[in-house]
Design a protein around this ligand. Sequence first.
Ligand code: ADP
Ligand code: MG
Length: 588
Amino acid sequence: MGLSGRRRTKNGVCRPERSITEGHGYYMIVGIDLGTTNSLVAYYTEDGPKIIPNRLGKNLTPSVVSVDGEGNVYIGETAKERMSLYPDSVAHTFKRSMGTEREYVLSGRHFKPEELSSMVLRSLKEDAEIFLGEPVTEAVISVPAYFDDKRRKATKRAGELAGLKVERMISEPTAAAVAYGLYDKTLDTRFLVFDLGGGTFDVSILELYHNILEVRAVAGDNYLGGEDFTQVMQKLFLQKAKLQISSLSEKEQVRLYRQAEKAKRAVNDADRVTMSFLYKESTIEQQITYREYEEACEELLMKIREPVKKSLADAKLRLSDIDEVLLIGGATRLSVVRDFLIRLFRKFPDTKLNPDETVALGAAVQAAMKERREEVKEVILTDVCSFTLGTEVVVEYEEGRFEDGRFCPIIERNTVIPASHTERLYTVRDNQEKMRVRVLQGESRFARNNLFLGELNIEVPKGPKGQEAIDVTYTYDINSLLEVEVKAVSTGESRKMIIKGEENQMSDEEIKKRMEELAYLKVQPRDYEENKLVLLRAERLYEEALGDRRKKLDYYITAFESALKRGDHDDIMDTRNALNDIMEAEED
Ligand code: ADP
Ligand code: MG
């Protein structure tokens, strides 16, 4: 029988200086940043990566989905606009629940986080196809560095449900470093990527070492982001206006929040801002100074410190060891955050790219690398392995006493990949002729509880037990390819196999079935998107306005609606522009 025993030997880690890439695809592969708050799609051009604008001409598509009672689907800005009008039909920040069983109910219909994500992806895919004038069937999607296997798989499924092949994912901080071209540095460099998004905060320490870009540590706060800074602005306003949030209707609350968001952005380049709010038919105005706002944000800013410290400690580095600091995420545009960070890092962070676009640009570079475009130098990007890979062994727990069926980890969970580890295993019986290596994945101490991936057998010369040995080497890379090599130590004979980590995926039929199930949803023709958005916005403003303002709005809305009914293009454009102008004035 081919059992193998384990002795306490563990060889060092060696990293293979190569990466396995697939052949050249015919169609362009796009890069997608599927964010908690906003999502973007980018592609690679001769002049480097570029963001693809969405159907409304905007680079950012809010990661918001709405489904109405008739099964019409709204995505992005339009869905966000429906939030105050039809709150029960809207879902947002679902990325936080990726990979969980949580269900969202939109107008009575149930959706999983990956299904909502797939709708956002589909919308981005369509925008890219129109923009590029060719089908887009494959994407590199970025995920947070701490996303485990389950969440990554859910992200991949979201891609598949949207009709996108997702063979490669890139961690967000790595994408940022790639976008900044930092992988091109000749010297070894260490950098800190500071990502403050809408509702999440991530700090990552990356190291570039001999052409390998490695995530060394990640830390963060899953409940801290730009939205909290909006809340602070809102609270300041309420305090000054001597108002209680509980005295406001749901719609008023949504409206107040929108005003607070505006004020938050305005205070970036001003000493003071005036925030106004329509409350019970009268407009309340309050002045808020930068100093006041900064002081009120103190508590949030303090929360930023901890993860920075923790990531440095985990990477065993000091702040002075960091060569570059990259700021990404829309909330790093906040002056209060920037000022705080300059004090914290004692240096001016690199911000030559738009912080909310950096990750998507990096994903597009990675897509070009996958296509093996000549313009991009291929670098080895690392990631972490989200599960343990090992083999079944017999353990000698006492002289002469064995226990079989035990699991021996070879590449442990959270190991930085690509990685290659070797374990030496010994014969457990006299005159044993064959050794069997069962390749397993999982975290249980017992082999039977882990997932069986494959098996290799090798012959060894007969001899007393424990004399013959084999070296088992597992090499795992970012494309989820596991190479297993087994080598008999005394004879030098070896066997190899490659296992592609595709298990746990939805089968093609399952995907097709769910796609059909989702097909009842009516995605609106994209040409109507702008019209729909204008009407929704008008509907909201109409509800907010009173008297003459309301009458004026009504007049322009009616003109636009009848133009839409007549279907005359020029007429539609004229009345829409007129309505838009009125609305701009209203919002200010
Ligand atoms: P995510 O990564 O979560 O999808 P983003 O990186 O798009 O999010 O960041 C969204 C956040 O950035 C929001 O809270 C938004 O208010 C904030 N933000 C965007 N632009 C600005 C700005 N000019 N000033 C202040 N905050 C901003
Ligand atoms: Mg982000």
